[in-house]
Design a protein around this ligand. Structure first.
Ligand SMILES: Cc1cn([C@H]2C[C@H](O)[C@@H](COP(=O)(O)OP(=O)(O)O[C@H]3O[C@@H](C)[C@H](O)[C@@H](O)[C@H]3O)O2)c(=O)[nH]c1=O
Length: 370
């Protein structure tokens, strides 16, 4: 058992805290480590952990110690054996000084954002000495390749998914719980989680014209404004409406576990950012990725790197659709073209990834070697 300090700043949205929360829980539950999770924005965190007390400076949550990371909060605290800096968030000077005094020195990692770009493989595990203190920071790059830091995947995740996907009664109970009993009658069930996207109207118009009933489940979030505009009324969680073949169900923002179940229950998932993107891979079902937009279109390079990995499993038309979605102009009529190949290829890509060890296992090994 080791002690771990995991630091997270919330930039915007839920990805940073989504990843850090998931990693902290896994390190505690599967490896028995005592994890202290430092978060600067408890309000955002509480969207993924509603039982959290957003005013508490220190609290116990799901076996973790959660600390509100405000200025001075880490002063005088003895650093843990392993320090994980989430996504280059900067540690306070006082804490760095305390790390330098600790014997033996803590293993200090910078957990980077996920990317399938080749250069990340060369940088994974590299070390950078601190300019002033006797400390060395290691760069840990998540990724899709055995040479990378891997992808977050809980040990029992795929077993739970298989049990869910094999059992229609469990799925029916889940849709009932979401107040969407109509989902079980739909020919296709789709979830939509995305940033604002001008391609949304074309998608919805296409789905409304499908020859079989389609259920679109939209958890509350940034894409809802465009869905509302298309529907001609302001939508909120709990709203249901039908246009042509398309039934739209607006869901509340779900708990992370329920969101996993939604991904498992759908035939197609529109996802975004980093964490939901990876969770959709583990669903083993087709996904469309809305990548987090960056300045100078740097995200398009990341998108292409991921598409290059999928090339062997998925048809070119499906990969092209991902580009279109990210450019805000989708040829929606082509959505279900080559659908059987897309289904098969998505399952195969998931199997290929799940043959590899997961991120927490690689992190554990990485720290043990140091
Ligand atoms: C829709 C939904 C999502 N979620 C979770 C899944 C994920 O953990 C989280 C969403 O995170 P992401 O999918 O990563 O998308 P995001 O857009 O919220 O986060 C982004 O934040 C930026 C700052 C990062 O740079 C991006 O890489 C990205 O991570 O919300 C739920 O728990 N319930 C829900 O109903």
């Amino acid at each position: 058992m080791k002690t771990i300090d995991l630091f997270c700043t919330v930039i915007d949205n839920f990805g940073d805290i989504g990843v850090c929360r998931r990693l902290a829980l896994q390190l505690h539950r599967e490896y028995g480590h005592a994890v202290r999770l430092w978060v600067d924005d408890l309000a955002s965190f509480s969207r993924l952990a509603p039982e959290l007390d957003t005013r508490a400076a220190v609290q116990s949550w799901q076996g973790l110690e959660v600390r509100h990371w405000v200025e001075g909060a880490a002063d005088g605290v003895i650093p843990a054996d392993i320090i994980i800096e989430g996504f280059g968030c900067r540690l306070p000077e006082s804490f760095l000084n305390a790390m330098a005094q600790k014997q033996p020195a803590p293993v200090w990692l910078n957990l980077e954002y996920l990317s399938a770009e080749d250069w990340t493989l060369g940088c994974h595990g590299l070390t950078s000495p601190h300019p002033r203190l006797p400390l060395r920071q290691h760069f840990f790059f998540p990724g899709f390749d055995p040479r990378s830091g891997g992808l977050l995947r809980e040990r029992d995740l795929l077993t739970r998914r298989d049990a869910f996907q094999r059992d229609p009664a469990t799925q029916r109970a889940f849709w009932d719980y979401l107040h969407c009993p109509e989902a079980m009658q739909a020919g296709k069930r789709i979830s939509l989680f995305a940033y604002e996207n001008p391609a949304v109207p074309a998608l919805l118009t296409q789905l409304a014209g499908e020859s079989e009933p389609v259920l679109l489940a939209v958890p509350e979030g940034r894409v809802l404004a465009e869905v509302s505009r298309w529907c001609g009324r302001e939508l909120r969680a709990g709203d249901h409406l039908t246009q042509g073949s398309l039934s739209i169900a607006v869901l509340p923002f779900l708990s992370p576990d329920d969101y996993d179940r939604l991904l498992w229950a759908c035939d197609l998932n529109f996802v975004r950012g980093e964490d939901s993107f990876i969770r959709a891979h583990w669903a083993g079902r087709p996904l469309v990725w809305h990548i987090y937009p960056q300045d100078d279109a740097a995200h398009m390079v990341k998108l292409e790197a991921w598409l290059a990995l999928c090339r062997e499993s998925l048809p070119a038309s499906w990969l092209e659709l991902q580009r279109q979605w990210n450019h805000g102009a989708i040829d929606a009529a082509g959505l279900f073209r080559a659908w059987p190949e897309v289904i098969r290829g998505s399952a195969a890509f998931c199997r290929h990834l799940s043959d590899q060890s997961d991120l927490a296992a690689r992190l554990e090994e990485f720290c043990a070697e140091r």
